[in-house]
Design a protein around this ligand. Sequence first.
Ligand code: 2PG
Ligand code: MG
Length: 436
Amino acid sequence: MNATIADVDAWEVLDSRGDPTVRVAVEAESEDGRQRGVFTVPAGASTGAHEAAERRDGGDRYGGRGVRGAVEAARAELAPAVRGMDVTDQEAVDAALERCDGTADLSRLGANAVLGVSGAVAHAAAVARGVSLVEYFAGLAGRAPGRLPLPMVNLLSGGLHATGGVEIQDFLAVPVGAETYPEALETVHAVRCALRERIVDGGDRPLVADEGGFAPPLESVDGAFTLLETAVRDAGHEPSLDDVAFAVDVAATHFYATDVGEYRLESLDRTLDREGMLDLVAGWAERHPLVSVEDPLAEDDWEGFAALRSRLTGTDVQVLGDDLLATSVGRVEQAVEENAASAVLLKPNQAGTLTRTLEVVGTARDAGLATVASARSGETCDTTIVDLAVGVGAGQIKIGSLARSERLCKYNRLLGIGRETEAGYAGGRWPPADEY
Ligand code: 2PG
Ligand code: MG
């Protein structure tokens, strides 16, 4: 059945930080009638220099964060560029969007405008084909839908997600021992409740940061791990590589002073060079059940990443590239060449189109790198990232804490996919099953 793109509409909505973002609706037309798809673009706070360029209006409105320009670009330029095209030909549609923008980083019209259309097209295409979005993404990746991914759940927040806290952005629980996805949620829920109690007992308020993680004052990174280990034990689990392990997103780019080449951990009263950071991270891995470290160094320190990989040889610790890889095929290829990472974070809005995102999955797979689907710190109740994760068979997912509806809707969508598809579970072990 042929379904062609008839209408593209875009408008401004507000995300989980109350900031504007782009929502796009695409309507396709076929002999069966009209098929509608809606997608809302997420937004990062700790954005890297190599991401596709999000467009903001500047000026006074919404503190400069309005997206009227991106919305207008979607309606006035991207819509005519794709109208009449086959809605199920994602590659051709994305190529037309890229051509229309004309820049590599999609900065002319805005990557938020481009991804908005790309995502809404996928939703409309799934409806036109009469398949679930998971199946649709699996088809685009040329495979059957994968298993439910192992969640990495944010427990403690810092960095740009919890201004005034510790510089390390996320401390996450990885419930490696849970045999099923629902059991993984139960485990993390118990740990999170125990953590909340410890924070309250310690005299602090259990306030949450942008992704729903707690942000109590922390005196040291080891102190954060110790607090987490206590909470895990309080919850009746073991902090270990077989039960509840940990991951960190250092997001080091955001406390790196490029001019002097130093990492400024002001809350810890420390300034470190590359070697200092390597010692710091390797030390955590020795003292705590750490399975994954994301962006431990600044986004262009390929050498530093490679050095960390060698330091961690023989351990189970995954080196995950977010700002380093920016969901870009070129950067993933470089990481493979330089042995700079063992896992790739997948953020469609870093790539700018779904096709580019799928290309990154393919490149990672070919090189044997693990894939971790990721939400952004600015989210809505859009759950596309979850369908994408299962569709392409990403072994891990990172969508924030077990708090705030823009996070829970995604955890709940995974439960729904579990019901709809009887999908297996990638977890229950470390490393999880990344499906090639
Ligand atoms: C990250 C993400 C999600 P942001 O750094 O991995 O946690 O944060 O969306 O702010 O870039
Ligand atoms: Mg990150």
